[in-house]
Design a binder for this molecule. Structure first.
Ligand SMILES: *Cc1c(COP(=O)(O)O)cnc(C)c1O
Length: 452
């Protein structure tokens, strides 16, 4: 068949008609991926890029994993979609059971949606409705507490609990009111404060807010261990456990948003496991279907679930759902992704990769234009500075982090900054050699951009 569409046509259409997410379209340079293989993306001109941000934090086992590809094809031969309203697919039922078994503690019930923002919305609505119809109802519990610089998605409800001014400030008139706890970033206390002091301080701040507001609080929402969109802010050890203890003490439900950190990102299947925490709601997305297809989930326990049971006329039903909730193709990808975790020993094989990333970050910390580096599992982050003695950032308008990523792209590594923060967050399947390539390229790009 003759193909008269040129790459130049595609770039033109892409620029003109495809309004990209979180992208200033006036400066958008089309980057059009045609295929992928393992941790490499390949564009329409045949150029290859290492996927250093895991296709925005979701790819787990690499692209075109033969088993995931095959599982989706097999499902396709049976049924591509059926609704979750009053029915469902066998594949999705198997996935629900698998997630219930895998999740920490007693999170037995799985509500599916198609994206992370919706998974958070579902948790917020479940928590709200729970207090209206649980035994000894507490209908005054209508509010939520969330952390400074939180990110829970872009829909109005999930943005309401979000706290990143450059994303959320403009929409403030549309958002509901939230009790905001200060960002638990140890750097806020200066370089000499110990992690223990940071944990105590932040839990003290939270306790005061809970004391003042617990009567009206339905739930607290938190990104466990790492607030990714905030710029890879890493909480001090023990903070999450303390949050769980305080929320229990004040009878405030806990929503753990593991959309970014779930599925091995911080070294364990779920971040909550690292502090022995069982939340009341666990929100999953991004890596749930291996990063292949849109799928998210909100898990909860019997206490919440049972409050929604009753005869039809009692109106206890959760009136919420999405057309593609529990989609069978995505469920097939998710199920086999969990098999791959087992069969390829993905988590056990992560430690040397985490260590190798740590070696690179350790060296980078000595770089004369790197302020500090930090790491949690297979997430590494750093800021650039013109003056190492003070660590002050470059003027924001110079966009050095952005420039650095343009430079790595020209050298075959795709990264994307978060404002002034440079980070790497590759698929868990990345090899040691690819980690070396990614980090060596990042250093070369930093050299170029900081000598300008
Ligand atoms: C990405 C993300 C979301 C939103 O997920 P979408 O699928 O983009 O709607 C929510 N919370 C966290 C922590 C995320 O990283």
């Amino acid at each position: 068949m003759p193909n008269t569409i040129t790459n130049s046509d595609l770039r033109d259409w892409d620029r003109r008609h495809y309004w990209h997410a979180f992208t200033q379209m006036s400066e958008y340079e089309p980057l059009i991926i045609e295929r992928a293989e393992g941790c490499r993306l390949i564009d329409i001109a045949g150029r290859e890029y290492l996927d250093g941000a895991a296709s925005l934090w979701c790819n787990v086992h690499g692209h075109r994993h033969p088993r995931i590809d095959a599982a989706i094809r097999e499902q396709l031969d049976r049924v591509a979609h059926c609704t979750s309203l009053g029915m469902g697919c066998d594949t999705t039922a198997r996935l629900a059971k698998r997630l219930a078994d895998l999740a920490p503690g007693d999170l037995e019930h799985v509500f599916f949606s198609s994206d992370g923002s919706s998974a958070v919305e579902v948790a917020l609505k479940m928590a709200f409705q729970y207090w209206r119809q649980c035994e000894n109802a507490r209908p005054e519990k209508t509010k939520f507490i969330a952390l400074g610089e939180a990110y829970h998605g872009d829909t109005i409800g999930s943005a309401s609990v979000g706290g990143i001014p450059r994303f959320h400030a403009l929409f403030k008139p549309l958002l509901f009111d939230v009790v905001r706890a200060p960002l638990p970033d140890p750097r806020r206390l200066g370089p000499t404060a110990s992690p223990q002091l940071a944990t105590e301080t932040f839990l003290g701040e939270l306790k005061s807010l809970l004391q003042a507001h617990h009567r009206e609080l339905a739930a607290m929402v938190i990104e466990p261990l790492v607030q990714c969109a905030a710029g890879m802010v890493m909480h001090p050890l023990g903070y999450l456990r303390g949050v769980r203890e305080l929320t229990k003490r004040y009878d405030v439900l806990l929503i753990a948003d593991e959309i970014a950190v779930g599925f091995g990102r911080t070294g364990t299947m779920f971040a909550c496991e690292q502090e022995g925490v069982v939340p009341d709601f666990l929100c999953l997305g991004k890596g749930l279907a291996g990063g292949y297809l849109p799928m998210a989930a909100t898990l909860t326990n019997d206490r919440i679930y049972n409050a929604f049971l009753g005869s039809h006329h009692e109106s206890r039903t959760l009136h919420h759902g999405h057309t593609f909730s529990g989609n069978p193709l995505a469920a097939a990808a998710a199920l086999v992704s969990l098999d791959v975790f087992d069969d390829e020993q993905t988590l056990a094989r992560l430690s040397p990769k985490v260590a190798r990333l740590g070696e690179h970050l350790g060296k980078l910390a000595e770089h004369r234009h790197v302020a500090t580096t930090r790491q949690r599992g297979l997430i590494g982050a750093l800021e650039l500075t013109p003056d190492k003695s003070t660590g002050v950032p470059y003027p924001a308008q110079e966009r050095r982090a952005w420039e650095t990523c343009c430079e790595t792209l020209s050298r075959g590594v795709w990264l994307r900054p978060l404002a002034d923060v440079l980070y790497v967050m590759p698929p868990l399947a990345i090899s040691l050699n690819e980690i070396d390539l990614m980090m060596d390229t990042l250093v070369a790009a930093i050299d170029v951009v900081t000598e300008k």
